[in-house]
Ligand binder design. Structure first.
Ligand SMILES: Cc1ncc(COP(=O)(O)O)c(C=O)c1O
Length: 402
């Protein structure tokens, strides 16, 4: 029997990295006294349990006959319109948006639509291995492009594209997380967004924009998405497909997200959905629709921001107070992560073992690199899950190991 099972998952880089992360989470979760900055989990305090309880029951009472039937593969039309209104694109055509089972599902359908085995996807290095796993399951190969404090570096992107295309490789798309990036917490600034779009247009390579953290901005000005920028300023509505998620604002257990992009891509994505998920969960879509329609969303997002901002502040304060001078970190304006950088020779894989013995956990930076070119002197800290007191104590424990 074993011989019949495909070995894809044991062979690919990102899925191995992702398994490492899952293993780290397994060994650090539920350990008494452990302060974990490892997971990428929202705080359970951010889940609107009471409201959802009422809304689910309302949906079943009033629309049960409808929502317990099979639903449309591109998502419930009512929910789609509510999302369009919420996203301030009310007249977006229906074939340019689909509801997905979380954003990973959208990333998977997008990849399925564009990738033939062996084709290349360019992504940020470091980046989020969960998405890469979905991409590798379509037999894509991943090539990382360095990022700095403003996001993916245009010169490196151009050099990489030129090098790959010269070798006859098929580069199918660029994957970017422009806001409060996982794992670094960095945000791509407007100039950088323009530069990346210009290069993508020059090489005629589409962009997949992953935006699960966009609503969690604690301060600073909101920046236009790559999707919106390409459609408006660059008059290029076909270049960018965006995926967004309700995981970080309503709860990842709902498995709800959406994708918006050109019909040339959305239509085949919906065909994949017909074959694989059939449709997103109809009850959940209508409950989320009511959540937005009844005006809870903005208030709820503000509640999460007020919950996370002091946690981010506590983490930065802890780092400033306890870390030695040669250690650097990002100070994100939102999201859930801080990225810490040590001297070049420092090894955070080694630090991880000592940290866990001392009841503090993080994810070593090496686990976020998409191809063989890893760096060992970085680590990711999550600040959404622990409270301020735990965060200060956890950073103190970590710093005392250095
Ligand atoms: C950058 C990024 N993309 C996608 C996801 C997955 O989101 P979803 O739960 O909507 O599949 C995450 C979750 O942590 C993420 O950080």
């Amino acid at each position: 029997m074993g011989k019949l099972i495909k070995t894809l998952y044991s062979k690919t880089t990102a899925s191995m990295q992702h398994s490492f992360i899952r293993e780290i989470l397994r060994v650090t979760t539920g350990v008494p006294g452990m302060i974990s900055f490892a997971g990428g989990l929202p705080s359970p305090a951010s889940f609107p349990k009471e409201l959802l309880k009422g809304l689910f029951s309302e949906v079943l009472d009033k629309e049960g006959d409808d929502v317990l039937q099979y639903g449309a593969s591109d998502g419930d039309p009512v929910f789609k319109q509510i999302i369009k209104d919420f996203e301030e694109v009310p007249s977006l055509p229906d074939d340019e948006i689909m509801i997905t089972v979380g954003s990973t599902n959208g990333i998977y359908y997008f990849t399925r639509t564009l990738i033939d085995p062996g084709d290349i996807i360019i992504c940020e290095a470091p980046t989020f291995p969960g998405s890469l796993t979905a991409m590798e399951s379509c037999d894509a190969r991943l090539v990382g492009v360095e990022i700095d404090e403003y996001g993916m570096m245009p010169d490196s992107l151009r050099e990489t594209l030129e090098r790959l295309i010269k070798k006859g490789e098929k580069v199918k798309f660029i994957y970017a997380i422009p806001e409060f990036q996982n794992p670094t917490g960095r945000t791509m600034d407007l100039n950088r967004r323009r530069a990346i779009i210009e290069i993508a247009m020059e090489f005629e390579i589409p962009i997949l924009e992953d935006q699960p953290y966009r609503e969690l901005r604690f301060e600073g000005e909101r920046i236009i998405t790559l999707w919106e920028l390409a459609r408006t300023e660059f008059n290029n509505p076909k270049l960018v497909t965006i995926v967004k998620s309700f995981s970080k604002i309503l709860g990842p257990g709902l498995r709800l997200g959406f994708a918006a992009g050109p019909p040339e891509i959305m239509v085949p994505m919906v065909k994949w959905a017909q074959k694989i998920t059939v449709s997103p969960d109809c009850v959940t879509q209508r409950a989320a629709a009511r959540f937005i329609e009844q005006g809870h969303m903005h208030k709820h997002i503000q509640y999460i921001i007020d919950l996370y901002r002091p946690r981010r502040d506590a983490m930065i304060k802890g780092l400033e107070t306890y870390m030695p001078d040669n250690v650097k970190w990002t100070n994100p304006e939102g999201g859930m992560f801080v990225w810490v950088t040590f001297d070049e020779t420092f090894d955070t894989d080694e630090l991880f073992n000592r940290a866990v013995e001392n009841k503090v956990a993080f994810i070593p930076g090496s686990k976020f690199y998409p191809d063989g070119k890893i760096k060992k002197n970085e680590l990711r800290l999550n600040f959404s899950y622990s409270n301020e007191e735990q965060i200060l104590e956890g950073i103190h424990r970590l710093a005392s190991l250095l």
